[in-house]
Design a protein around this ligand. Structure first.
Ligand code: C5P
Length: 243
């Protein structure tokens, strides 16, 4: 990726479309020409498939297909190559698959992209639904924060372009991964927005000031009375950030 400091504010905002296919397309139409990124998660993708991704591409969006791949290298390599072919611009895999799996995935992404711009690849470290106790359950005995750093460092070894992280971990991960890594942070709430089920939230400006290259924003935009206005005010907030 380019140096994260040089991204335009509107390029930093990824809208999480966690809703029905119909509502997602309606919202994308409203935001067309303003927003640049949408995120499709596994619930929608497994129902609607590649043709659904194409609809957003045809509207001019870059699409983050968030399937968090995890399997033997050969499978992940095949799967992620196919996600590039169907139009994915940002893709996720589990770092716990190891360096060999991630390196195979990265190679497949670059091969599938050919002469075009290679999509951004991201490693998922410790799921935010897990804590020290649930890590312990699966045999990981170090604290979650240490496990996040250990796994994030593996993305660098594998050539994967970045990580998904909490805004509160972004600063440390930025120091670890350097200015050319993508650090994509969900858990974003503009001042005054409802937290919903998110716990460790941060404002858009906080996330970017602390090293995020991109922020994932769902309900503060998707449930807003005026989603376009909400998107614009987030971009405006990011325009004030000095990094
Ligand atoms: O609506 P909200 O802004 O909370 O949506 C955040 C998006 O980011 C959702 O798609 C959610 O699945 C995703 N996400 C998250 N926390 C993580 C990883 C992904 O909220 N640790």
């Amino acid at each position: 990726m380019q140096n994260y400091k040089e991204l335009e504010p509107a390029d930093r905002v990824i809208i999480a479309l966690d809703m029905s296919a119909e509502d997602a397309l309606d919202l994308a139409e409203k935001l067309q020409g303003e927003a640049r990124w949408v995120k499709i998660g596994m619930t929608l993708f497994y129902k609607e498939g590649p043709a659904f991704i194409r609809k957003f591409k045809d509207m001019g969006y870059k699409v983050f297909i968030d399937l968090k791949l995890y399997d033997i290298p050969h499978q992940v390599q095949g799967a992620i190559g196919n996600l590039v072919t169907i139009g994915g611009d940002m893709l996720t895999m589990h770092t716990s698959g190891g360096v060999e799996m991630m390196a195979a995935a990265q190679k497949a992404v670059e091969a599938a992209a050919g002469d075009g711009q290679a999509p951004i690849t991201l490693g998922v470290t410790v799921l935010t639904s897990m804590d020290d106790a649930t890590l312990n359950e699966i045999g990981v005995n170090r604290p979650a924060a240490q496990q996040v750093s250990l796994l994030a460092a593996l993305t660098k070894a594998a050539g994967v372009t970045g990580v998904v992280s909490s805004p509160w971990e972004a600063e440390e991960l930025r120091a670890l991964l350097g200015d050319y890594a993508a650090i994509v942070t969900p858990g974003i709430r503009p001042a005054g927005a409802a937290a919903g089920d998110q716990k460790r939230i941060a404002t858009p400006a906080f996330a970017v000031e602390h090293g995020a290259s991109h922020i994932v924003v769902g309900r503060p935009i998707t449930k807003a009375e005026d989603p376009v206005e909400s998107f614009r005010s987030i971009v405006k907030e990011l325009e004030t950030v000095q990094i």
